[in-house]
Write a protein that binds this ligand. Sequence first.
Ligand SMILES: Cc1ncc(COP(=O)(O)O)c(C=O)c1O
Length: 386
Amino acid sequence: MKNSESYDFDTPVERRGTASMKWDKYKDKDIIPMWVADMDFRSPPAVIRAIQQRTAYGVFGYPRTPEELNDRVVSMLRETYDWSVKSEWLVWLPGLVTGLNVACRAVGIDGDDVMTTVPAYPPFLSAPGFSRRGLIKVPLKEKDNRWQFDFDRLEQMITDKTRMFILCNPHNPVGRVYTRKELAELAAICNKHDIVVCSDEIHCELILEKDKVHIPTANLDPEVAARTITLMAPSKTFNLPGLGCAFAVISEKKLRHQFKNAMAGIVPRPNVLGYAAAMAAFAESTDWHAALLDYLRGNLETIASAMRQMPPLSMAPVEATYLAWIDMRSSGIKSPARFFEEAGVGLQDGIEFDGPGFARLNFGCSRSLLEKALERMRVAMENFRG
Ligand SMILES: Cc1ncc(COP(=O)(O)O)c(C=O)c1O
């Protein structure tokens, strides 16, 4: 059995020239890419081995979902969250964003409304429109240095056509792990107004604050479960986004059929390598996962201390994810992403998340690269302040 020290997150992996979306954006430019949410780390050794074995076999016919993968997910959800799920509730998908769009089409009819909070992961903002639904954006509020739901405002903004609420928990980009109390209050409002919850929990295994726990929305109680579509994936935790593998958990039969009907003829299953990687990630990568979390916690400390040297920039605590949401509103910098690109760091502009005046920094990278980027940012801020 390996201990945490056996995994090397420190040695940078060369990603240039590998058709990486993240790195090719700044091809031939001296800009450190810290935008889209993939990490610069190799996946767990067990995942790499599983893929090598699968490719060595060399036959790539149509797959069916491996029975043992369903069983593994069911036991993982029970062991990790004390959540009892049946394997027939699982619907496999070639990506979680696919699931968001399918959910929007599966619930209600054209012209209905979908609600979410802002700032939001950009596909939350585009999926309703792609699905001929209206979008209602409720701002999160900042209170006690944490981003929180504004329940009064949220309830006021519900229309008689609001059929679904898209929740992100843990939250990208603000890094919150919502408490049981917060989730219960949200669920009660959704119950009262007959709203289905689409709960994107892709970041649930990236909890950095040690006293926080992830609570699957559907595990609050059976009534909530009956109106919840949970979306999960191994892709963020184990760095497999290029392998396209995710799943929905839908306990309510009618809702599950609506979801499957919306997929019919359009959405393929994951591919053979995605399945192989998911199995190895869930079954054999616990130590790697623990080591990753330790490393990310160290990166987060590095950012927090660097931020203190960059007034007036600030950042709310990152309870989960490897994404820091940097508040630049009081700096007077008009275009946060452009400003830091000019300084050689590629962040993602808050405007894309409906969070103008913010920038998102992906710290899923080697400590040395992170330190280099933070130093460039510090110098840029110093020069800016004059
Ligand atoms: C909240 C959230 N949902 C979904 C995704 C992407 O999922 P997929 O690559 O499986 O479509 C991301 C990626 O950053 C995300 O942050």
